[in-house]
Design a protein around this ligand. Structure first.
Ligand code: HXC
Length: 262
């Protein structure tokens, strides 16, 4: 595959590696247009289908993860283009169907659609330079890629309303305090730390990793009782895998497990 708006490379050692996707429209601070989102979706699907990949990382540049949806493109849109053209729904949400873990490594601006894309990742590791915000209100619109839904689930209603209604941007420290990001590291260490987290996941059993991701995602949909029942059945079914036997035998015999991904 060849891409114009993203860079893709494989990182890591071992049987399963990390698919690293770098958003790459530097002159526009990685503003997200249809071409980029089509390429991102294709790259995500390809990594998800590749048995040699255990985990995916999405990152941007030092200055910007992504400064939002491309305002130059959106400025020309009317209702027929958005509703009629199924804007966002058509190609932004491929990431929701990805079964392997996706980590967002965020430095610099993650604004508007950029913040929303980061929140679609399974978790975010932020550089101390990261800035998160939903400034759409200043453009006479509102967040349209899940921001009004995922942000309050992550940071609570008060902070989400503050950000969405006033366009206030929060820094990495505030984002960590609020629960939007899992860790904050110095910018120079962002990729080392993120790729190490991905490598940790690569070395685990793929079926249990996928079921863990699916189960945590269930906590945001439906009732607690349904979510717990879903988790229980996933948990039960893992006892049918060779990797459960291997993982527990390795622990009891004080050795490193050799997972077979089945
Ligand atoms: C298109 C963008 C852009 C964007 C920046 N650029 N953000 N182009 N869409 N979202 C372009 C600028 O026009 C400029 O182009 C170049 O990138 C560098 O940006 P500057 O503004 O010169 O940089 P700086 O002064 O450092 O300011 C950085 C910034 C600012 C604070 C991030 O660029 C900014 O406010 N950007 C817009 C942020 C925003 O409103 N995002 C939400 C978009 S709406 P030139 O050609 O002049 O060099 C949205 C909708 C989501 O995301 C809902 C559906 C997904």
């Amino acid at each position: 595959m060849s891409f114009e708006n993203i860079l893709i490379e494989t990182r890591g050692e071992g049987e399963r590696k990390t698919g690293l996707i770098t958003l790459n429209r530097p002159k526009q601070l990685n503003a997200l247009n249809d071409a980029l989102m089509d390429e991102l979706g294709a790259a995500l699907k390809a990594y998800d289908a590749d048995a040699g990949i255990g985990c995916i990382v999405i990152t941007g540049s030092e200055k910007a993860f992504a400064a939002g949806a491309d305002i130059t493109a959106m400025a020309k849109f009317d209702f027929n283009d958005t509703y009629g053209g199924d804007f966002i729904t058509r190609n932004w949400e491929t990431i929701r169907s990805i079964r392997k873990p996706v980590i967002g490594a965020v430095a610099g601006f993650a604004l508007g659609g950029g913040c929303e894309l980061a929140m679609m990742c399974d978790f975010i590791i932020a550089a101390d330079t990261a800035k998160f915000g939903q400034p759409e209100i200043k453009l006479g619109i509102i967040p349209g890629a899940g921001g009004t839904q995922r942000l309050p689930r992550a940071v609570g209603k008060a902070k989400a309303m503050d950000m969405v209604l006033t366009s206030r941007t929060i820094d990495a420290a505030e984002a960590e305090r609020a629960g939007l990001v899992s860790r904050v590291v110095p910018f120079a260490e962002l990729m080392t730390v993120t790729l190490a987290a991905a490598q940790t996941i690569n070395e685990l059993s793929g079926p249990s990793v996928m079921m863990a991701k699916e189960s945590v995602n269930r906590s945001f949909e439906g009732t607690l009782a349904d979510g717990i029942m879903f988790e229980r059945r996933m948990f039960h079914s893992l006892f049918a895998t060779a990797d459960q036997k291997e993982g527990m035998d390795a622990f009891l015999n004080k050795r490193k497990p050799a997972f077979k991904q089945r």
